[in-house]
Write a protein that binds this ligand. Structure first.
Ligand SMILES: [Zn+2]
Length: 283
């Protein structure tokens, strides 16, 4: 995952959604199921521009026809995993993108309806992350109340690329492209990031097709980092730094992964690398 700067609310957005927002509120007040119009579709381009047409969850480039303006907090229903057995969390069908054995239970038939027309609840996601995997899941730390309420205090466990997050604290990667929740020592115990864990299983970020897609770039990043530590020639070392820096450019697929690998393996912050590159003139 790569942190993005959220685009400014487009001019006219509030005016365009005002009536619909009011209508939804009235639906809910009178006990009816809200009737949503997909006005958010009009803003796909704004989000795509900010996210370099990449999925906010899996970092894969998406053609505009299979990208969705996704509601981070689901608007009309909330589901949970049926049980704790990982075999029921789903897996990708071989040679297809379908998911099998994913057992979800509807927790409540009313979602975060008041966020349906909130600019900060949108991001661009690929249809696989959004429709095939995440669907109406929205993990929180607390036990869910039956119906979500505006006043509920919730610790959201699904990481949002537009929030002030530090992805390197929640994910880690192997040269094979495998993604895992980052572990850290708490006392003498190794504890994995619950944010990383929930984001991976909610969006299926460990699905096979993604692992394969990430592999080449992950392998290369690990190799270049190894060469940095082995190289004594400063100029050549700088070349390796530059290769990593270029691969982590936000416009490229899996740039967030490259940054995470680099920061975790070297202990150097991405901003520090940026400064180093600026000093040495980026080629
Ligand atoms: Zn995706």
């Amino acid at each position: 995952m790569l942190k993005f700067k959220r685009p400014q609310k487009p001019k006219g957005f509030e005016k365009n959604v005002k009536e619909k927002r009011k209508e939804v509120e009235e639906n809910v007040k009178s006990g009816e199921k809200p009737n949503f119009d997909a006005l958010w579709k009009n803003y796909k381009e704004d989000l795509a521009k900010s996210q370099h047409t990449k999925c906010g969850y899996c970092e894969t480039r998406i053609a505009t026809d299979n990208g969705d303006v996704e509601h981070y907090a689901p608007k009309s229903q909330i589901s949970e995993f049926k049980n704790v057995n990982p075999k029921t969390w789903g897996e990708e069908k071989k040679f297809l993108n379908n998911v099998k054995n994913r057992q979800l239970a509807v927790k409540c038939d009313s979602g975060y309806w008041w966020l349906a027309y909130e600019w900060n609840n949108y991001l661009l996601a690929c249809s696989l992350c959004n429709r095939t995997w995440k669907r109406t899941l929205f993990p929180i730390l607390e036990k869910r109340t039956d119906i979500p309420n505006k006043k509920d205090k919730e610790t959201k466990l699904l990481l949002n690329p537009f929030d002030n997050i530090k992805p390197e604290q929640h994910f880690c990667y192997e040269p094979t492209g495998i993604i895992k929740a980052k572990e850290k020592m708490v006392g003498d115990k190794s504890v994995k990031s619950i944010y990383g864990f929930e984001t991976i299983r909610t969006c299926g970020l460990d699905r096979n097709v993604l692992t394969i897609n990430r592999k080449e770039k992950a392998t290369l990043a690990f190799f270049k980092i190894k060469m940095i530590s082995r190289e004594s020639d400063k100029e050549k070392q700088l070349e390796y730094f530059r290769d990593i820096y270029n691969a982590g450019n936000e416009k490229y697929e899996y740039a967030g992964m490259v940054r995470i690998i680099f920061q975790q393996k070297t202990g150097i912050k991405w901003l520090e690398l940026k400064e180093l590159m600026n000093k040495n003139v980026i080629k």
